[in-house]
Design a protein around this ligand. Structure first.
Ligand code: BDP
Length: 633
């Protein structure tokens, strides 16, 4: 899915700001048709809520923070004037978790999956009798065994709904990212794919493959697949796209110098003396596609930034541009005070500056696709990203978060339905559709810590792995393994290209016994290497650390214990040639559900939630600054 941009053929208008907001505590919004009226004009009570942002912490209201069910957002807009040759689109970058969108009281469609964009074609659907159009969004935050991430809604003794989930971050909800109105030409460039297919052995030539998709008046205009348009909103479609349309593409330097050109919707560009993209030199070209009619008139034009690079696994090595690399970085969260999971450019830029200060070259979008701005910035700054779906918590062994929960199933795969795998496939498809052109994305992670040992795991994951490879044959695919899935018991690793391990020896097990922890982890790393002969990335390791707590004995929760733990893990990684990356859990402290194992959230951050460094930051910084990205043991 192409990003919303403005150029000579396209315009956009952000609908961000303060929206009207109604929590649906009595579950009456649907039956009372809250989508129908303009609340402000009808004198209905509402609050104000900032978009983008999670609603939970904006409200200063415990009931709202913990609410399970629907909330409603409303805004109005004066539509821009459009030409008959244009379409008017409505794009939501992310609504968590389920959105039902209404225009002037009519349902436009629905989308499930809280971290990927979806859109609607509004052409012909505006009400000509009103200047100000009403946009209402019902947002629901309920998770079930079929959703990504999964969860279960239970009822307490007072008949109130409670959300149980199996992942370790607060279930923030709301309109988390920007909302756009934008125009595209009726016949337009609907998608671009650009891949670096090959580098010559001497790197003096790169072969870039591309594919351009054109959508016309009768072709589907990227409307979300889960978006049934209600019958009263059906519009007359125009005749088919003219066969005389021409697609041409050009790869350019940013100063406009043309590097290579080609004609046709698919093809290859040969780039002599390519400037390759990598953490040390994140060089970006412009890839420009132009659509012209038979008279040579430009119908549409679209430009992306693109980096030329290859990424592949070779034995125990991970190769970027044919050279072995070592990942240094973090598992992160989109999480900050007040905003929750709402995207904010300033917070993002600050986080990247802190990561650069640390000497990090990578991160994982644990545990869901991050805002597209994050990947744009990672492209610019040269971060290597493991891009993850929202499939987190597919594992009952790790326990439910939030409530005393008697799970009806012994293991996750007993609770799933056909919809679970369907929705999992859908989040993979939407992730790759959005992020496939980012050079920063070096690997797809299709799940975090799923149950990898019980019956059903392999059957569940094999088709999803295959799907991921069909959608993108150019990047390694991984899943993130949790501690119960040791080499003897886990059943999935051979389906994937890289072994990614989250390990907490010395914290959850071998508690406070770091020497024992080291021995066990050493044995396990050897086990994985011997069995699978694949590179290993430690995608999580860390300990809860209460900033400001010091201990002569380096006791647990103290800053000294975090330093000691990380030092020991790092010594061990340096012993193991198969370990090609270390990503500390976590970049910063983050909010979690209420529970008996977390004090004001998860404290495994190297930074606090307000981004102040803990002592370990300085040790890790010294290590990472002294180790280049291109590094082989
Ligand atoms: C892992 C999860 C991560 C948790 C972390 C922890 O992948 O989401 O926050 O452990 O317990 O199991 O801190």
């Amino acid at each position: 899915m192409l990003q919303v941009i403005a150029n000579a053929q396209r315009r956009y208008f952000k609908l961000d700001g303060l929206w009207h907001f109604r929590p649906d505590f009595k579950q009456e919004g649907q039956s009372h048709a809250w989508y129908h009226d303009n609340w402000e004009q009808q004198g209905q009570a509402y609050r104000l809520m900032a978009v983008p942002g999670s609603y939970n912490d904006q409200g200063a209201d415990l009931k709202l923070r913990e609410h399970v069910g629907d909330v409603w957002y409303q805004t109005t807009f004066f539509p821009p004037t459009t030409q008959p040759s244009e379409r008017l689109m409505l794009r939501f970058e992310a609504v968590t978790h389920h959105a039902t969108v209404y225009l002037n009281g009519h349902e436009l469609g629905r989308h499930s999956g809280g971290y990927t964009p979806f859109e609607f074609d509004l052409t012909g659907l505006l009400d000509p009798n009103r200047a100000e159009q009403i946009l209402t969004v019902k947002v629901n935050n309920e998770l079930s065994f079929a959703t990504m991430p999964p969860g279960d809604v239970i009822t307490n003794s007072q008949g109130e709904k409670k959300q149980v989930y199996f992942h370790d971050f607060f279930n923030y909800a709301g309109i988390h990212r920007s909302v756009y109105l934008y125009t595209v030409p009726q016949t337009h460039l609907a998608d671009l794919t650009v891949v670096t297919k090959r580098l010559s052995a001497d790197h003096h030539q790169a072969t870039v493959g591309y594919e351009v998709k054109v959508a016309g008046a009768t072709a589907p205009v990227q409307v979300s697949p889960q978006s049934p348009v209600s019958p009263e909103l059906q519009v007359n479609r125009e005749p088919p796209v003219s066969p005389e349309l021409q697609v041409s593409v050009a790869l350019k330097h940013k100063d406009g110098t043309v590097v290579a050109t080609a004609a046709g919707a698919t093809g290859e560009l040969i780039v002599p003396e390519p400037k390759l993209w990598g953490p040390e030199h994140p060089y970006l070209y412009y890839f420009e596609a132009t659509l012209q009619d038979a008279t040579g008139q430009i119908v549409d034009c679209y430009r992306i930034k693109c980096g030329l690079r290859t990424i592949r696994v070779d034995g125990l090595k991970l190769l970027l541009n044919d050279e072995p690399i070592y990942l240094k970085g973090f598992g992160r969260h989109e999480d900050s005070e007040v905003l929750g999971k709402g995207h904010n450019d300033a917070i993002m830029v600050h986080d990247y500056n802190l990561m650069q200060w640390m000497g990090a070259n990578s991160f994982r979008t644990s545990h869901y696709p991050y805002a597209r701005e994050q990947l744009d910035l990672a492209d610019e700054l040269g971060f290597l990203v493991i891009d993850e779906t929202s499939a987190v918590g597919l594992n009952l062994q790790l326990g439910a978060r939030g409530h005393d929960y008697q799970c009806p199933y012994q293991h996750f795969y007993q609770g799933i339905t056909q919809d679970t795998a369907h929705n999992h496939a859908q989040v993979i498809k939407e992730l790759i559709a959005r992020d496939k052109n980012h050079p920063c994305v070096i690997m797809w992670s299709i799940a975090n810590e799923p149950d990898s040992i019980h019956e059903g795991a392999r059957e569940y994951f094999a088709p999803l792995t295959q799907l991921t490879r069909e959608l993108d044959a150019t990047r390694p695919v991984c899943y993130i393994n949790e501690g119960n899935g040791d080499p003897a018991r886990e059943t999935l690793a051979d389906l994937f290209d890289v072994v990614c391990l989250n390990r907490y020896y010395g914290w959850y097990t071998e508690t406070f016994d770091l020497e024992d922890a080291k021995n066990r982890l050493r044995a396990e790393l050897k086990g994985f290497r011997d069995k699978y002969q694949r590179p290993i990335i430690i995608t999580e390791y860390g300990v809860d650390t209460n900033a400001g707590l010091h201990s002569f004995y380096a006791e647990m929760w103290s800053e000294e214990y975090q330093r000691k733990f990380l030092k020991l893990y790092h010594e061990l990684f340096d012993e193991c040639p198969a370990v090609v990356g270390e990503q500390i859990w976590n970049f910063a402290d983050f909010a979690t559900a209420q529970g008996i194992v977390r004090v004001d959230g998860n404290k495994k951050g190297i930074f606090t939630r307000s981004r102040r460094p803990k002592s370990a930051a300085y040790d890790v910084r010294a290590r990472w600054l002294s180790r280049p990205t291109y590094y082989s043991k």
